[in-house]
Write a protein that binds this ligand. Structure first.
Ligand code: ME8
Length: 520
């Protein structure tokens, strides 16, 4: 069980339904996985749910259900949402899965035996309403934000992972492996978190069972359960087949994590130090993105229902929404969501640029060439390649190579920008060559040359877009009479192949690929 490329999303909390933020990370992962598969690589893509801890218990209580039944039901709903949206994951992991629980216990035991875990008293501000210790973030003006009451000073004995002894190693590793955390500014943030004066030291990894029973029991003390983050991070390793599968390490060494910047500390500090302390290798890369905001507020659980991916699917179609997410946000930076911006992108890029090029090309091909792909120059012994065709052939090859590079850098917005720039250039060339005029003047060779050139670009676009917009891409190729191209294609090279549509291939006119967006 080896994989040249493994990709993960965070495992999401089940105290709410998926919103635009979760959908974004998951679509980025899905696109990367699809692209790598089209490159012929063996891919492993994992997502799932994080079901233990206080938050899950609170949400279960609010729903009047036991934590186990509640989290099972919610996990099924998350999974169903990704299925409905066509997310092609290989495994949906849930932190109650038997192999996950066994993996967490094994690592806890190993760290305990290695002297990486200590037991001591902890003193902190405890909110009875929340039934937990509060962090600075939980308080405002000395009061618990949720309960608006003063917390009590309490002490409690707990187990601690001796995390800070690995900070020196982590700092050196981050300097030695510049691509480990991307973009670079998040690496700098992690370095700031582990500086001597940062205040971050050891990590409390247990919760007394009488306070929180919903978790994985510590293998060396049944009075405690494991802290939810310590448990959750290990999902990535378990998904690779650790410890039983002989191929787990190859898969693990090729694992790329995708996360939002809200969970940089657990993934940039807790996780690598946990791995190092357990004598395990590091992940291949951690790729951090920004937040989707709405009127400058982070979209979270409360605002989330306003941008429910299933509602977006109903209103706009899922692929147009997915296109917007991937095109609009520069990976690493924050993005701003509004339905007006979504509608503008759909109209300008999908309906006008791509959709019109496809419709016009196939309409004219039907009108002037019997709907069949014309014979390329050279093959009929007469014409040679014209300037317009040469330019678009070269631009197509450059675009295919650029898309591959951008996907490698997780710059999906730039990959899409490149594809749509090529389509735009093709629309302009089509306008200049004006085949409708050439047809009137009886210049059939010119008509055929520009329409065949457009079909070449559209075939390339169909292949290049397959990882981003799987259904639309398949439809483009099908209308071009190349429905099976995706089965055999190797990207990026095959996207640049010119005149790969056999002359005489029957094409198919159809209604617009993307209707204009309904007004919000
Ligand atoms: O943190 N913009 O789960 P979670 C962009 N269970 N992305 C967003 C976002 C926004 N406004 N809101 C959420 C957890 N996300 C833990 C993870 S992993 C071992 C455990 C995305 O349900 C983004 O990927 O709160 C973010 O990191 C993640 O959802 C947080 O999901």
């Amino acid at each position: 069980m080896s994989a040249a490329f493994a990709i993960t999303t965070p495992i999401y909390y089940v105290n709410g339904a998926p919103h635009i933020g979760h959908t974004y990370t998951t679509c980025v992962a899905d696109t990367l996985a699809r692209w790598r598969r089209l490159r012929g690589e063996e891919v492993y893509f994992q997502t799932g749910t994080d079901v233990h801890g206080d938050k899950a218990v609170e949400a279960a209580l609010a729903a009047g259900e036991a934590p186990e039944a509640f989290t099972r039901r919610m996990s099924a709903e998350w999974r169903q949402t990704w299925d409905e949206l066509g997310i092609a994951y290989d495994r949906f992991i849930q932190t109650t899965d038997a192999d996950h629980v066994a993996g967490v216990k094994l690592i806890l035991q190993r760290l305990w035996e290695r002297g990486e875990i200590t037991f001591r008293e902890y003193e902190g501000l405890y909110c009875v309403g929340c039934e937990r210790f509060l962090s600075d973030r939980d308080m405002q003006d000395g009061l618990c934000r949720d309960h608006e009451r003063a917390p009590e000073l309490r002490s409690e004995s707990n187990y601690f992972f001796r995390m800070s002894r690995h900070f020196g190693w982590l700092a050196r590793t981050l300097e030695e492996q510049p691509g480990l955390i991307r973009p670079a500014r998040y690496k700098a943030e992690v370095l700031g978190m582990i500086r001597d004066d940062s205040g971050l030291s050891d990590l409390c990894i247990s919760r007394p069972r009488q306070r929180l029973a919903w978790g994985i029991e510590l293998p060396f003390d049944s009075n405690y359960v494991c802290y939810v983050w310590f448990d959750a991070l290990l999902n990535y390793l378990v998904g690779c087949g650790f410890p039983e599968d002989s191929g787990w390490e190859a898969r693990w060494r090729n694992t790329h994590h995708l996360i939002g910047k809200d969970i940089l500390k657990p993934h940039g500090v807790f996780w690598p130090t946990m791995l190092h302390a357990a004598g395990l290798p590091l992940y291949r890369s951690l790729n951090v993105h920004g937040f989707w905001n709405m009127e400058d507020r982070k979209i979270g659980k409360s605002l989330g229902n306003m941008v429910d991916p299933r509602v977006m699917k109903q209103r706009y179609g899922f692929e147009p929404f997915r296109y917007f997410l991937l095109r609009e946000m520069a990976y690493g930076q924050d993005g701003s969501f509004s339905e007006a911006a979504l509608a503008r992108r759909i109209d300008a890029d999908l309906a006008n640029n791509l959709g019109n090029l496809l419709s016009r090309t196939l309409d004219m091909l039907a009108r002037y060439c019997g709907g069949r792909i014309p014979t390329p120059p050279g093959q009929d012994g007469a014409s040679t390649e014209g300037e317009a065709e040469r330019q678009l052939r070269e631009a197509t090859a450059e675009t295919a190579a650029a898309v591959d590079r951008f996907v490698e850098e997780v710059a999906l917005h730039r990959a899409l920008e490149a594809i749509f720039a090529l389509l735009n250039q093709t629309n302009r060339t089509l306008e200049q060559c004006a085949p409708w005029k050439a047809a009137k003047e009886g210049r059939q060779k010119d008509v055929e040359e520009i329409l065949r050139t457009c079909c070449n670009v559209l075939r390339a676009a169909g292949l290049l877009l397959a990882a981003f917009l799987p259904e639309a891409a398949a439809e483009i190729l099908s209308r071009l009479g190349a429905a099976s191209a995706l089965k055999t294609a190797r990207l990026p090279e095959d996207a640049a192949a010119w005149n790969a549509l056999p002359p005489g291939t029957q094409t198919r006119k159809a209604p617009p690929l993307f209707p204009r967006a309904p007004r919000p």
